[in-house]
Design a protein around this ligand. Structure first.
Ligand code: NAD
Length: 296
């Protein structure tokens, strides 16, 4: 396996392209938005510079990594010689299904088709292709160059050989694979999202304030970040939609998003990306300031 095509050059796509190119793969990075491709290459160059300043990479490594990445504006051309496609486009079921139909049409026979989806069923994605045995989930964590885990998700029809090849790939990327089956939220989000939702409920019911909830989990459970800060980092809209996937997938009200979370998302308070969630974010400042809505 030598050629990897990455579909989507956003937060996750640029990280996956970075790691794959740095580990010696030839990478085709595909996005329908030219400005996203431009931004991704700048981000990768910046992250490589950070690795150089830490002494873990040389200028020559940086050049080699960047030259291993070619950008494409269309799936059809970007996957023509792929051994593996990793799809990391926007989290939307209809969009992913249409991308996988295209991948099935244009990727070589024998090419494995993986999705980095956080919550959409791999079995459902595989069902629109003529190669469901070669469709699998590769759930990288954000930020990809830093985080060691890949959750490898077996769809109902995924073959043992496809899984074996992805475990090998994880090793070549210097990541640790964990193989799980395809049920709502897989493992990471099935466990993480109810914890975040419970933290929001504790705030909503007045059990404690934002700082207290996060401090209990940081100092008491040795979590590097409290659940409310983590929710802001992930994006409250993303948390809300994954909770709905769990709620609908299991038909169990215990996963229903807290009404406070729903209100915040509806009002556009999405966390870091919108500038305010449980905390308020000022560009250039690392200080963690609780949103005024939770201090009055
Ligand atoms: N952000 C995270 O923390 C995180 C973590 C794990 C998994 N994921 C998953 O990774 C995927 C990508 O998330 P992200 O945060 O990088 O999103 P993002 O919004 O940063 O990037 C998505 C990219 O997909 C591109 N895109 C949209 N339609 C396309 C198409 N038809 N063809 C090619 N490119 C297309 C967009 O232009 C954009 O650049 C999602 O499935 C998400 O659930 C995200």
């Amino acid at each position: 396996m030598q050629n990897i095509s990455v579909i989507g050059a956003g937060t996750m796509g640029n990280g996956i392209a970075h790691v794959a190119a740095q580990k010696g793969f030839r990478v085709s990075l595909v996005d329908t938005q030219p400005q996203q491709l431009e931004k991704a290459i700048k981000t990768i160059a910046g992250n490589l510079d950070r690795q150089i300043s830490k002494g873990v990479l040389t200028e020559a490594d940086k050049l080699k990594t960047l030259t291993a990445i070619t950008t494409y504006g269309s799936v059809a051309t970007g996957v023509a010689s792929a051994d593996l496609v990793i799809e990391a486009a926007t989290e939307n079921t209809d969009l992913k299904l249409s991308i996988f139909r295209l991948l099935d049409e244009h990727a070589p026979a024998g090419c494995i088709l993986a999705s980095n989806s956080s919550s959409i069923s791999i079995t459902r994605i595989a069902s629109v292709t003529r190669r469901p045995g070669s469709v699998i989930g590769l759930h990288f964590m954000n930020p990809v160059p830093v985080m060691k885990l890949i959750e490898v998700i077996n769809g109902y029809a995924t073959t043992a050989d496809t899984t074996r090849q992805m475990i090998e790939l994880a090793g070549r990327l210097d990541k640790t694979p964990c193989v799980v089956n395809d049920y709502p939220g897989f493992i990471a989000n099935r466990i993480l999202m109810p914890m975040i939702n419970e933290a929001v409920y504790s705030l909503y019911e007045g059990v404690a304030g934002v700082q207290e909830i996060d401090t209990v989990m940081k100092l008491g459970m040795a979590h590097p970040m409290g659940p409310l800060q983590l929710a802001d980092f992930i994006g409250l809209d993303v948390c809300h939609s994954i909770l709905n996937v769990l709620y609908e997938g299991f038909g169990n009200p215990k996963y229903a998003p807290c009404p406070l979370l729903t209100n915040m998302v509806t009002a556009g308070f999405l966390g870091v990306k919108s500038g305010e969630g449980f905390y308020r974010y000022t560009p250039g400042s690392k200080e963690l300031v609780v949103s005024a809505r939770f201090t009055r």
